[in-house]
Design a protein around this ligand. Structure first.
Ligand code: PLP
Length: 430
């Protein structure tokens, strides 16, 4: 499989180069040059296969020419060494719990797959690889934990000061070793811009072997398509059309769903569920894409004003994406009342992001019949314990993995949003 840049269809690179470069030299996003479909008998027997077996089949179809099958199998099994249970919350409504990995959020899938794949490609490299990543919360912890202690790699996490939860912050500021956290006086968009600028800087590129691990890296995106196949195979048994509601920020997760559909997965509709950072829902209804600066909400991992995967969505579906995706946005107040309502009626604790996925699905189901819906529960409610406890008026249990992080001591380097400060720092460590 070769990959092209969304800014230049003529540019083609190998999987290895796409993963190591992260972003194309022209600042475009890498996309597979063809999207292979899976044979129909795979869809027929999928319900009897394990999640790992399904994931390996999908991965081999996409990447089987680039990575030897035994290596790919090992990578898949290492990535998915935890459950992704489907929990029925209401009639025709299922939560796909993607938070049973080490950092209790769905980004573990992408980060673990990418760190393994990069480890495979990097084994022949002489220089240390520096992974530069901007985070609004969960990316940082998933990437830091995915690469923690991996020889030949160093991770630098940029995050907006005061705009991530305590628990999230602890997960990437307490590790030490090959993980460094940089606290930026600015927004997530500033962090993302700083990372993009660093990749464009020719001096830095010469001195450091830089790569990214944001959702823009194609190795983060691909494994996120696996769980759509898995979830579909489990609920499709009911003979109804299947829809997925995806709580979205940078839209990597939803783009991975679109990729699964293009590989042949018969999903009826995707629901782009957002908080008030609603540029994509607005595009879907009004037809104009107008990025803005992000606004802070209680579902802060989705506070994105200029979603980086939008160009990939355009590549996959162009204007016809309006027929594939319904977009809805919700306020913090609606999010809190959903958390309360679902706890009271179903005894199920939503996190603020999953709550938005749930709300999107409810909205869609109120307008359509004979449909079974899956919303992606992207984080454990304990990761947003302040919001959830305050909303429910009761204590919730913090999982042991999180308790351990909370005991660690935060270490970070504080910087302004001026690129020169970051550049000086990166040059000082090279
Ligand atoms: C990152 C994140 C999202 C948004 O995912 P995108 O792929 O950026 O759309 C949603 N929920 C949680 C908990 C996240 O960490």
């Amino acid at each position: 499989m070769r990959f092209y840049s969304t800014r230049n269809k003529a540019l083609r690179v190998s999987l290895r180069d796409a993963v190591i470069q992260g972003l194309a030299p022209d600042n475009g996003l890498f996309m597979p040059e063809t999207i292979p479909t899976l044979p129909s008998d795979f869809f027929e027997k999928m319900h009897s296969l394990s999640f790992q077996e399904i994931a390996f089949t999908v991965a081999a179809r996409l990447l089987g020419d680039d990575v030897p099958h035994p290596v790919l199998k090992r990578i898949v099994h290492h990535t998915i060494n935890f459950d992704a249970p489907l929990v029925q919350v209401e009639e025709d409504i299922y939560a796909l719990e993607l938070f049973h990995g080490p950092t209790l959020a769905f980004k573990d899938f992408g980060a673990r797959f990418m760190s393994q794949l990069l480890g495979f490609f990097a084994s022949e490299e002489k220089r240390e690889i520096t992974i530069l990543v901007a985070t609004s919360g969960d990316t940082g912890s998933a990437v830091a934990n995915g690469f923690f202690g991996v020889p030949g790699t160093r991770v630098i996490v940029l995050y907006p000061s005061g705009k991530v939860s305590d628990v999230q912050e602890k997960q990437f500021t307490t590790l030490g070793k090959n993980i460094t956290a940089i606290e930026i006086d600015g927004t997530f968009d500033d962090c993302q811009r700083l990372v993009k600028t660093a990749f464009m800087d020719s001096e830095l590129k010469q001195r450091l072997f830089l790569t990214s691990a944001n959702s823009i890296n194609i190795a983060r995106l691909i494994p996120q398509s696996f769980y759509y196949f898995y979830a579909w195979s489990r609920v499709n048994q009911q003979g109804k059309d299947v829809v997925f509601s995806v709580p979205s920020g940078n839209f990597g997760n939803l783009t991975a769903g679109l990729l699964a559909k293009q590989m042949g997965l018969p999903v009826k509709k995707f629901i782009a569920a957002t908080n008030i950072n609603d540029v994509v829902p607005k595009y879907l209804t009004k037809g104009v894409f107008e990025p803005t600066s992000s606004q802070q909400t209680i579902s802060n991992a989705m506070d994105v004003g200029n979603p980086s995967n939008f160009d990939r969505m355009l590549e996959l579906y162009g204007e016809t994406m309006k027929g594939e995706i319904s977009g809805y946005s919700f306020t913090d107040e609606q999010t809190r009342s959903a958390i309360r309502r679902v706890y009271e009626s179903s005894d199920y604790v939503l996190d603020p992001h999953g709550a938005i996925g749930y709300l999107g699905l409810k909205k869609y189901l109120s307008l359509h019949q004979h449909v079974v819906g899956v919303f992606l529960e992207t984080a454990h409610p304990g990761k947003f314990i302040d919001v959830v406890e305050e909303t429910l008026g009761r204590k919730i249990d913090l999982p042991p993995a999180l308790q351990a992080f909370m005991k660690g001591e935060k270490k970070s380097i504080r910087m302004s949003k001026d690129f020169i400060e970051l550049k000086n720092y990166l040059q000082s460590i090279s």
